[in-house]
Ligand binder design. Structure first.
Ligand code: ATP
Length: 360
């Protein structure tokens, strides 16, 4: 039986908002992450998906304790890291590495590829100069680059190659947990699949555990074992991949699936046409946070907060009507679909058609 490598229990990150020129007064709180709980099992990939601003990156940074949580417990390999000392954290950081979204800005342009990849080994005092040199070349081969690339600079590489360098750097200290913060979002669609496949191969070879952050469900379909969907700082649905894609129970997950069948750049506009703007985490709606955009919302959704409850084996959703939300298969075929949602989908289809005409 596998053990959780990472556990978050009711974790919150609140940012006070202050105003005033001379005397600063607290005027509100941004609820960036608001009561998030999940377990990430050793060797699995959990994808955290949601629109921009829903708190995915904050969750990732909290998990690695790159930022301090306001409340809640974060356990890494059974140890509560919110209470870990600096020294403990230094040791643990070697075990948890991060791959960033933008391969253009995350590599220091003044450093050679060798220096970039070796940097975590230097920071964590791993090996001597000669062994680090060998390790860099071995890592370059692992990510399908050539050993002679070690002496070059980042600007000499394409986006996909730079991301391979970022991956080699993360793996240089043999971590167990790798946080992948939108690692393919900045890349061409044709390159995305190559990087996703590389990450999957490396996971198999080294038994890595991935926390994979993405704003689109299409990207994580091939890489994840389980998926958590976030909305305004909270997880609204979490399930194994098959249940989530075949039988999404939260109207927001359904909207994400309907609006973004493939990773295309018009996605965010598409979400707008599905149900208004994303509310601010500074002043989130009462009751169910999704009620202001939900085509199925009823009176109680405005006042009663839905719990994230079990609706199937390992499948949890935070919707008062999770059991009665139309099944996605029928939904996809246009039958049994709620009229208001149908209207929104028609609007989306018109919007896409208009985009296609405009770009023709
Ligand atoms: N240091 C900060 N101070 C105040 N608010 C913050 C801070 N960091 C993040 N936030 C807010 O917290 C919310 C969640 O941010 P976060 O970056 O985690 O979202 P995200 O889902 O990762 O979005 P993106 O995909 O755009 O990175 C946002 O509304 C953001 O503006």
């Amino acid at each position: 039986m596998t053990k959780p490598l990472l556990e978050l229990e009711d974790v919150r990150k609140l940012y006070p908002v202050k105003k005033g020129l001379i005397v600063q007064k607290e005027v509100g709180t941004v609820r960036a992450v608001d009561g998030v709980s999940f377990q990430l099992m050793s060797g699995e990939t959990l994808a955290v998906v949601g629109e921009s601003g829903c708190g995915k990156s904050t969750t990732a940074r909290l998990a690695m304790r790159l930022i301090e949580s306001t409340s809640g417990t974060i356990r890494y390999d059974g140890q509560d890291i919110t209470k870990a000392t600096r020294q403990d954290m230094r040791r643990l950081r070697r075990d948890m590495q991060i791959i960033f979204q933008d391969p253009y800005s995350s590599l220091n342009p003044r450093m050679t590829v060798e220096e970039i990849i070796a940097e975590p080994m230097v920071v964590h005092n791993v090996g001597d100069r000669a062994s680090r040199r060998d390790r860099v070349r071995e890592l370059l081969r692992l990510v399908d680059l050539a050993p002679y690339h070690a002496d070059r600079y980042p600007h000499e590489f394409s986006g996909g190659q730079r991301q391979r360098i970022g991956i080699a750097r993360a793996l240089s200290v043999s971590p167990r947990l790798v946080v992948c913060d939108e690692p393919v979002s900045a890349l061409d669609v044709s390159i995305q699949a190559q990087i996703v496949n590389l990450l999957k191969d490396l996971q198999k070879e080294f038994g890595l555990t991935y926390l994979f952050i993405s704003h689109g469900l299409a990207v994580v379909k091939h890489v994840s074992d389980r998926v958590a969907v976030m909305y305004l700082g909270q997880i609204v649905e979490i399930a194994d991949k098959k249940s989530l894609y075949d039988n999404p129970r939260h109207p927001y997950t359904q909207a994400l699936l309907a609006a973004a069948p493939e990773p295309d750049p018009s996605r965010r506009t598409a979400m707008k046409s599905l149900g208004g703007d994303l509310p601010s985490p500074l002043n989130p709606p009462s009751g169910c946070r999704f009620h202001t955009r939900c085509p199925l919302a009823q009176e109680r959704c405005r006042s009663e907060v839905p719990a994230l409850r079990e609706i199937g084996v390992g499948h949890r959703a935070a919707c008062h009507f999770a059991e009665s939300v139309p099944a996605f298969d029928r939904f996809r075929n246009g039958e049994g679909i709620h009229p208001r949602l149908q209207e929104r989908l028609a609007l989306y289809a018109r919007h896409k058609a208009a985009l296609a005409t405009a770009s023709a």
